[in-house]
Design a protein around this ligand. Sequence first.
Ligand code: ADP
Ligand code: ASP
Ligand code: MG
Length: 404
Amino acid sequence: MLIVQKYGGSSVATPERVRQVAARVVATKRQGHRVVVVVSAMGDTTDHLIELAHRVSPNPPDREMDMIMATGEQVSIALLAMAIRDLGEEAVSLTGGQVGILTDEVHTKARIQKVDTARLRAELAAGRIPVVAGFQGVTGDNEITTLGRGGSDTTAVALAAALRADLCEIYTDVDGVYTADPRLVPTARKLPVISHDEMLELACLGAVVLHPRAVELAKLYRIPLHVRCSFNENTGTMLKEETALEKSLVVTGVAHDLNVAKIGIFDVPDRPGMARHIFKALGDENINVDMIIQSSTRSGVADISFTVGRTDLARALAVVERVVAEIGARGYTHDDEVAKVSIVGAGMISKPGVAALMFEALAEEGVNIEMISTSEIKVSCVVRASEAERAVRALHRKFGLDRA
Ligand code: ADP
Ligand code: ASP
Ligand code: MG
């Protein structure tokens, strides 16, 4: 088989762990498989690099952020390649540019457009193990880009798709995908399988165990994806097309996201084109807007509230300040002490009253709901950030996910 294995930051956090990963890679090769390895930066390296940048400059350009962030993965690929060689197998470390991961030009959240597999195929044909830097690529102009936090998962699935690999394994510090973040909810259970659609919702709603784009690519290219732990041999979670099993569960998982900020614009004139003006301006700056709520109109004006990623708040406010003047709104506010809690489940489609049950759980817990959004298979609520943990546990209990 051709297997792409991805090891996350915690799996290569120390020299000892790098050697353990090397042993695992070598064992896979010696079972007769061809292996391509993707690695993240060691431990919290990426966080430290970002912190360092902000200690030097309050508002560093995205291009330079990509330049500094991409160095983290370059350290871990070199170390892992060395460790693999010490165990008697040939390995070669490669940056995103060297393996031909071509992206668009959107620095810090670039999307992979093409993977040129020539180099990888040559290395594999020569019997070597390519050790590829996750999270990074290059533009057509040879500019270094990164794929968004957690993007190494996406590198792995993209390589698996381009190489038509038989399997992609995502190795992390938990045994698989759980019914909620096991760090927050000790009673969370590992899901043996989860559908692509449910996993995509969970990932988009804050479950960092998989990068959303990795889930999309796995679904699109039908790559078998196994999320498992690098510290043991346990079977993890397999991503699947929808199965009858999941449909029988109303709620499959609970997610939370602290990377949320709320912006409100007051007294927006009640005319066609106002929403377009606001959200086009934000879109032009590559700011993702999530929930949007417009109040009912009173005397020719309405309020519009929406959420953006907390990490995008400063840039979003700069846009909003300009737009408010342009459209003649009265003013705006922002709030970055909010969080989003969500329930996800394919079984919701055919089961009325699920949202009401969610609101009941939050009410019983005394948690106030500030915004609501729904889709066919999820319900999300914006709540106070300080109440998010309590909300997640209450929802996990309410939907019977604690039970074995
Ligand atoms: P890696 O460095 O291996 O990519 P991440 O920190 O990105 O690891 O992702 C693994 C973490 O995801 C876990 O430690 C866990 O706290 C968190 N997590 C959030 N939601 C879930 C979930 N539903 N199931 C499993 N882990 C989750
Ligand atoms: N090192 C990058 C990050 O911390 C990418 C990844 O871990 O997937 O976001
Ligand atoms: Mg990750």
